[in-house]
Design a protein around this ligand. Structure first.
Ligand SMILES: [Zn+2]
Length: 339
């Protein structure tokens, strides 16, 4: 079985994204957002079948851990109340996808974060999504200011309420920023990769996993710049008098394979333990084109993993075993289906 740990509903029906535009317009004008539009099951089916489902089958994967479009979370827009309504609408839509395609999609929720606001609403929404909608994890934005980096590091006690709830529910978070409102950071080309790298360094500087030994964080996009600079991070941990990375962070931190070329995947597997790598493609997502050098889609990441000389046992870990370990609620659901 092949589980893609990183997919977003980037092809959501236009009425959903249109509602978001109206919601933000109403916020700016001081009015009330319109009622959420009716979206039919057929519209949802079509948006999935022609895109994620088709590509999943063409590329030979079986299922996707699926969350709302990350770049549209835009926690920096509106206020706390706006973020709450938007997260709820996005998560309810994901629940409809997982309801229509229960064998193919497992839900991961967007949190109603807002710059400077407490995490109470995020804790409540995570609980709702896991206990009522059957979701298996969440996306946690380390920078809800959208590229201004006004939040405290992930190791600060500010974040503890969400980590406590994640621990209680036994769900992981993917550390995932959203759109950038800072023009110096291109969203998917700079802000995403910066955030992945920044989060990892925060985890080295702090001691989060001493307080949350079972907490699990997935750092997407191959861990940002971390694998390429692995020696730098090992050296910094040493200078900061921290234990080796294998003990200090890598019992709790995982990287996906959203690295869109073979040499990058080769490097990832050379420096990061296979137990810490989850197959992911972020399809249909950030980089949608065809690589003229290979004639294949950049984000067809299974091709790169297939090209590695892994043992069958290691390949099974990357394709499904690690994901089932990091997302135990998904594992439980699969077991219930005899898988
Ligand atoms: Zn993503």
């Amino acid at each position: 079985m092949i589980i893609d740990c990183h997919g977003h509903y980037t092809t959501a029906p236009a009425a959903h994204t249109g509602w978001r535009a109206s919601q933000l317009a109403a916020f700016r004008e001081g009015g009330r957002a319109p009622a959420y539009p009716a979206i039919s099951d057929d519209e949802i089916r079509e948006s999935i079948e022609q895109n994620q489902l088709r590509l999943l089958h063409e590329r030979g994967a079986d299922m996707t851990i699926f969350s709302p479009r990350a770049s549209a979370m835009a926690h920096h827009e509106g206020d706390e109340r706006v973020s709450r309504a938007w997260a709820r609408a996005c998560n309810d839509l994901i629940a409809r996808v997982t309801g229509l395609f229960p064998e193919t999609f497992a839900g991961v929720c967007q949190l109603p974060q807002s710059p400077g606001a407490g995490l109470g609403p995020s804790v409540a929404e995570l609980e709702r999504c896991v206990t009522e909608l059957g979701f298996v994890g969440c996306n946690l934005n380390p920078d809800p200011s959208g590229g201004r980096w006004t939040s405290l590091p992930l190791t600060d006690r500010y974040w503890y309420p969400i980590f406590e709830k994640m621990t209680e529910l036994d769900v992981p978070a993917m550390v995932h920023v959203s759109a950038s409102c800072n023009p110096v950071f291109h969203a998917t080309g700079a802000h995403y990769i910066n955030a992945d790298t920044t989060a990892f360094m925060q985890l080295i500087q702090g001691d989060l996993f001493a307080d949350f030994p079972s907490l699990r964080l997935v750092i997407p996009h191959g861990g940002g710049a971390v694998p390429y600079h692995w020696g730098r991070y090992r050296g910094l941990a040493d200078m900061l008098k921290k234990p080796p990375l294998s003990e200090h962070v890598m019992k709790n931190v995982f990287f996906d394979t959203c690295v869109y070329h073979q040499p990058g995947i080769d490097l990832l597997f050379e420096v990061v333990d296979v137990d810490n790598i989850l197959f992911g493609s972020e399809m249909v997502g950030a980089v949608r084109g065809i690589d003229p050098e290979t004639g294949c889609y950049f984000d067809d990441t299974k091709r790169y993993v297939d090209a590695l000389s892994l043992t069958e046992a290691d390949r099974a870990k990357v394709y499904s075993g690690n994901a089932r370990r990091v997302y135990p609620r998904l594992d439980k659901a699969l077991r219930a289906r005899g898988l």
